[in-house]
Ligand binder design. Structure first.
Ligand SMILES: C[S@@+](CC[C@H](N)C(=O)[O-])C[C@H]1O[C@@H](n2cnc3c(N)ncnc32)[C@H](O)[C@@H]1O
Length: 292
């Protein structure tokens, strides 16, 4: 079988388009990966070259129809429930403790943003952890937003149906409690679904009317170049309320890169966790020092 080849020039053009639409930086080593992923789209559209596909994406009407497929082809959506257990322990203990201590008056509201949520596993994990750990849960008003650039993964998130791999790190009793399990598929219970909603959002742009207490920005910065990383860190900092927490996960590029540390409005608390200054915290200065 004759495979259509992605030439160096075509790679440059496609990589520039990917960067323009998503901020994802594709070095030349990714030529093979990109051509494999896009070749499926060429086949589906019956196109004879990558240049023809590039032209289609530049055409207004073609782009409208093809963009969701293009975005799902160029993004990496790997995720699963309870990814990085340590961070979920933090959310269920210290983060919750901080909320309880600081929400003494008025409506007890918690707003969470799973930025680059992929198919929703992170957002629903957060719903489970808050549901299980917030004392007197019915007195809280919890809203969790999952957003991603790819509408494909968001459709899956809205459906809330997952395979065995996605739930494989969950303790069996938690799985049984929060999912309907039938024929190898696991469907998130309505109680959790009510806490979470999903919408498309490009991290290149600020999140509209954002006032979040907790933002997850995990396993996505690594796809961006320095300029885009700085831009995203700025948007995420702006989206947090004073005292809000930012969780970047175990692949944390912020602390080691001075330009990113400078762009970060939050203070380091412990591996993967930052906090925006400006409001009362349940953590004392000493505790923060001790975890540095
Ligand atoms: C590897 S997944 C991370 C999922 C989840 N946060 C986790 O840690 O398990 C990365 C996600 O980032 C999304 N993404 C990539 N570029 C984006 C952008 N510019 N704006 C919003 N989402 C983006 C991809 O579509 C993908 O679903």
């Amino acid at each position: 079988m004759n495979l259509i080849k992605l030439t160096d020039r075509e790679f440059e053009k496609m990589a520039a388009l990917v960067y323009d639409r998503t901020g994802i930086h594709l070095p030349v080593e990714k030529l093979g990966l990109l051509s494999n992923r896009l070749r499926k789209r060429l086949k589906a559209l019956d196109l004879e070259s990558f240049s023809a596909y590039h032209d289609l994406l530049l055409d207004k009407k073609g782009c409208e129809e093809e963009l969701p497929n293009f975005l799902s082809a160029v993004t990496t959506n790997e995720t699963y429930f309870f990814r990085n257990e340590q961070l979920w322990k933090f959310v269920g203990t210290d983060f919750v403790k901080n909320l309880v201590e600081t929400r003494t008056k008025g409506t007890k509201t918690v707003r969470v943003w799973s930025a680059a949520s992929s198919s929703g596993e992170e957002a629903y994990t957060c719903a489970i952890v808050l549901r299980e750990n917030l004392p007197s849960f019915s007195s809280w008003n919890v809203s969790i937003i999952g957003s991603d650039i790819s509408s494909r993964v968001l459709d899956k998130a809205k459906g809330g149906v997952y395979d065995a791999y996605a739930v494989s790190r969950m303790p069996p009793e938690v799985l049984k409690k929060w999912f309907k399990i039938a024929d190898g598929s696991h469907t998130v219970r309505d109680e959790l679904k009510k806490m979470v909603r999903f919408q498309t959002h490009n991290l290149r742009d600020p999140f509209p009317n954002a006032r979040f207490d907790l933002v997850f920005l995990r396993n996505v910065l690594m796809y961006f170049d320095l300029e885009m990383k700085k831009r995203v860190i700025k948007h995420v900092g702006d989206a947090l309320v004073p005292g809000g927490h930012l969780i970047v996960g175990d692949v944390d590029p912020i602390r080691t890169i001075p330009e990113l540390s400078a762009a970060n409005q939050c203070e380091y608390q412990r591996p993967g966790v930052y906090r925006k200054p400006g409001a009362k915290s349940a953590f004392t200065g000493n505790q923060r020092m001790a975890t540095k």
